[in-house]
Write a protein that binds this ligand. Structure first.
Ligand SMILES: Nc1ncnc2c1ncn2[C@@H]1O[C@H](COP(=O)(O)OP(=O)(O)O)[C@@H](O)[C@H]1O
Ligand SMILES: [Mg+2]
Length: 228
């Protein structure tokens, strides 16, 4: 299936600063099979945009469409369901629940959509194995390095086989070698049905994307130039 994600006249203002449109009337279509990078200075709206796409926050006006179906901002239960089944999210840090082991963290999102616990556990184990951390299954987040935490976070984001993967500065807290490893994994997740969108401050990684988006003055600017 060819998945699509569309922004229609999407705008966002926050209650605390109503005179300022963080996102100003965005129109864009993300296509499956492609990887998108979002760059822009701190405060330019990268996280705001990713939070709207992940249905964690709602727009002030305009809409988001998944596969030609408009998201109804009022149905939060339905949207939680859409998110669980379709969207994998990775943040800069604090992705994992600290009182749960790596395995428990990865299995949780699958338990929410499945009632076969042993199957969920075996899926989670496999996912962690693929990310090279099988020997860390029973470790708590505090017992994992920053890079390992992010790899477990990726396993967690992937367990429900999402067709949209969103990563908000996923390597912002890592050194360059670990960041390279995370981006290598992220780029390998690309497939023809999937949309991958990541925000980063790192131009080296931003330039690896198929499509580069710069956030400027509440707008998205698509650029073919190398990000400098
Ligand atoms: N919950 C919030 N309430 C009020 N203003 C916010 C909130 N979240 C973000 N903002 C403001 O929105 C703008 C964009 O923030 P953000 O999307 O976090 O930018 P970026 O991720 O590019 O650094 C900033 O001016 C920020 O202060
Ligand atoms: Mg941000």
């Amino acid at each position: 299936m060819n998945n699509s994600l569309k922004l229609n006249n999407l705008s966002k203002k926050y209650e605390k600063n109503k005179s300022f449109k963080v996102l100003n009337n965005l129109n864009f279509e993300f296509k499956s099979g492609k990887i998108y990078s979002i760059v822009g200075p701190s405060g330019s709206g990268k996280s705001t945009l990713l939070n709207l796409i992940s249905l964690i926050d709602v727009p002030t006006s305009g809409s988001i469409e998944f596969n030609n179906k408009k998201i109804d901002n009022k149905s939060s239960i339905e949207n939680d369901n859409i998110r669980s089944k379709n969207i994998g999210i990775i943040y800069q840090d604090k992705n994992l629940l600290t009182d749960f082991t790596a395995l428990e963290n990865v299995v949780l999102p699958n338990l929410l959509i499945s009632n076969n616990k042993s199957r969920s556990i075996s899926l989670a184990k496999n996912m962690i194995k693929k990310l090279g951390l099988y020997q860390r299954l029973n470790h708590y987040p505090s017992e994992l390095s920053g890079g390992e935490n992010q790899r477990i976070a990726i396993a967690r984001a992937l367990i429900n086989e999402p067709n949209i993967i969103l990563a908000d500065e996923p390597t912002g807290s890592l050194d360059f070698d670990n960041a390279k490893q995370i981006f290598k994994i992220l780029f390998n997740l690309n497939n023809k049905n999937r949309i991958i969108i990541f925000a980063t401050h790192n131009r080296y990684f931003a330039n690896m994307a198929d499509c580069k988006i710069k956030m400027i003055g509440g707008k998205m600017k698509i650029t073919n130039e190398r990000i400098k």
